[in-house]
Design a binder for this molecule. Structure first.
Ligand code: URA
Length: 242
């Protein structure tokens, strides 16, 4: 932690007296909020400091979890639909977050956002095999043959072959599905190929991350440890990857 005025001087913003005047005029923000106190203690490694809206010393890395409600499309903008970006609180707007992969408009549950492009690509790459667990309510009842078909690569109705996946029947019309890739409408299409049309879909887990007690529509930032675990998983350093 260091004083804000010292950090601004060290970043070349100006002399100590210039920095004092700049702070007084409200041109500096910490985590998106105007800050006038020169003695404010900041940690530039984890906080974003801006002068006139420009980030000083580079943007800090952030990973955010949303418990997505139905009715929002996963896109940064859309001319017609409400997007998941609208669910991010105003104090996160300056972080330049992008959704990691996508959930369908009707799908609920765990959706990550990050401003770390390399982590984003690792997490959506089928080569990295980060497992995602979905809960589905569907027509019919999943049986032993369906479980085997998922394990030995489902062929979708358009001929696309999926990576091996895990189907775990929970009861009549309810299953958990674990997949390591993110093809368009993947889980719905995998289930449809076995004549089990999905009526409701929720992503419950990605790697080790679960929704926990995060309410639907709410957002929370991941801790540095959670981010490091995600990275380790995407880099094959945890036992999930074969
Ligand atoms: N599979 C789907 O079919 N839809 C989603 O939103 C996510 C996975």
């Amino acid at each position: 932690m260091e004083r804000l005025d010292k950090y601004l001087c060290d970043s070349g913003v100006g002399t100590r007296s210039q920095v004092k005047a700049i702070l007084k005029s409200g041109r500096v923000t910490v985590e998106g909020k105007p800050e006038k106190d020169p003695g404010r203690k900041i940690d530039p490694a984890v906080q974003t400091i801006c002068l006139d809206g420009e980030v000083l010393g580079g943007m800090r890395r952030a990973v955010v979890m949303l418990n997505k409600p139905a009715g929002f499309v996963t896109a940064t903008e859309d001319p017609v639909e409400k997007t998941v970006m609208e669910l991010l609180p105003p104090e996160m707007k300056h972080l330049d977050l992008k959704p990691v992969g996508r959930l369908d408009k009707a799908t609920e549950g765990l959706l990550l956002f990050t401003n770390d492009g390399s982590l984003l690509h690792q997490l959506i790459s089928p080569k990295k095999e980060v497992p995602k667990i979905y809960y589905a309510r569907h027509e019919g009842q999943a049986g032993e043959e369906d479980v085997k078909a998922f394990a030995s690569r489902i062929t979708l109705r358009d001929g696309t072959v999926c990576l091996p996946a895990v189907l775990e029947p929970l009861g009549p019309g309810e299953s958990l599905i674990t997949v390591c890739e993110g093809k368009y409408h993947q889980v719905r299409r995998m289930m449809a190929s076995r004549n089990m049309t999905v009526a409701y879909l929720e992503r419950r887990q990605e790697g080790e991350l679960t929704l926990g007690s995060l309410p639907r529509g709410a957002v929370r930032e991941l801790t540095e440890t959670e981010i490091q675990n995600l990275e380790a998983l995407a880099q094959g350093k945890l036992p999930y990857n074969k």
